[in-house]
Design a protein around this ligand. Structure first.
Ligand SMILES: [Zn+2]
Length: 217
């Protein structure tokens, strides 16, 4: 099985991709990681991408497709995998489907974790973590709040904020994400491949829904 993972910022993508990996052995392929990996490896395409980023330019669709294809060819594709951060717009959907076709694959499901902007904003602004054990908490959401005040449950030290986001920057990122990926979501909905999950619930409930709908549990 292969999935495309679509989730607005703060929808919990990191949490669910980790759980799918731990419980069901999914390979998690992130477009951002692929870019960083190729730059670090100093491959031909990695050096090209590094120059593009240094100039502050966007990585175009052809180069993104090349990066994705290069990565997929290094993997054992009999293991289920989920791709996140790609494809984000319709041109990339067409590129990705062509890449998969060459590998005798097609997109099986598109997992869309839906959250509204306000829920996402609360999650972002409440993010804190323990400076010692690195455990994450959220002071603005009941199920991830520390038990006592602003202290780590285990280490009993003061938690520190770990968001780089302001309200404005989060809202901008959210709006861009939604407008960019909307056509992709609608495309896969029309193909009957979209799985839409309410991401505003607590992570345990949401993950159970994901398991059920993917038929993996
Ligand atoms: Zn701690």
């Amino acid at each position: 099985m292969n999935l495309i993972f679509i989730a607005p910022p703060a929808a919990g993508k990191g949490t669910y991709s980790t759980l799918l990996k731990e419980h069901y052995g999914f390979n998690h392929i992130s477009a951002g990681d692929i870019i960083r990996e190729q730059v670090a490896l100093k491959t031909e395409i990695g050096n090209l991408v590094k120059d593009i980023i240094a100039k502050g330019e966007m990585i175009n669709d052809d180069i993104m497709a090349n990066l994705i294809e290069t990565k997929l060819k290094t993997l054992d594709l009999s293991i289920p995998f989920m791709l996140d951060g790609y494809p984000r717009k319709m041109n990339q959907v067409h590129d990705y489907e062509r890449i998969l076709k060459n590998l005798n694959l097609e997109v099986d499901k598109v997992l869309f974790i839906d959250i509204d902007k306000e829920t996402g904003l609360n999650r972002i602004l409440g993010r804190v973590s323990c400076p010692i054990c690195k455990k994450n908490y959220n002071t603005l959401s009941g199920y991830m709040a520390p038990k006592e005040g602003n202290l780590c449950d285990d280490c009993k030290v003061e938690l520190v904020s770990r968001t780089d986001d302001t309200k404005e920057s989060y809202e901008t990122r959210y709006d861009i994400y939604v407008s960019e990926t909307k056509p992709v979501i609608e495309y896969y909905r029309n193909k009957g491949k979209l799985i839409q999950i309410d991401g505003t619930k607590d992570p345990d409930t949401t993950f159970k829904e994901i398991e059920k709908i993917l038929g993996v549990n």
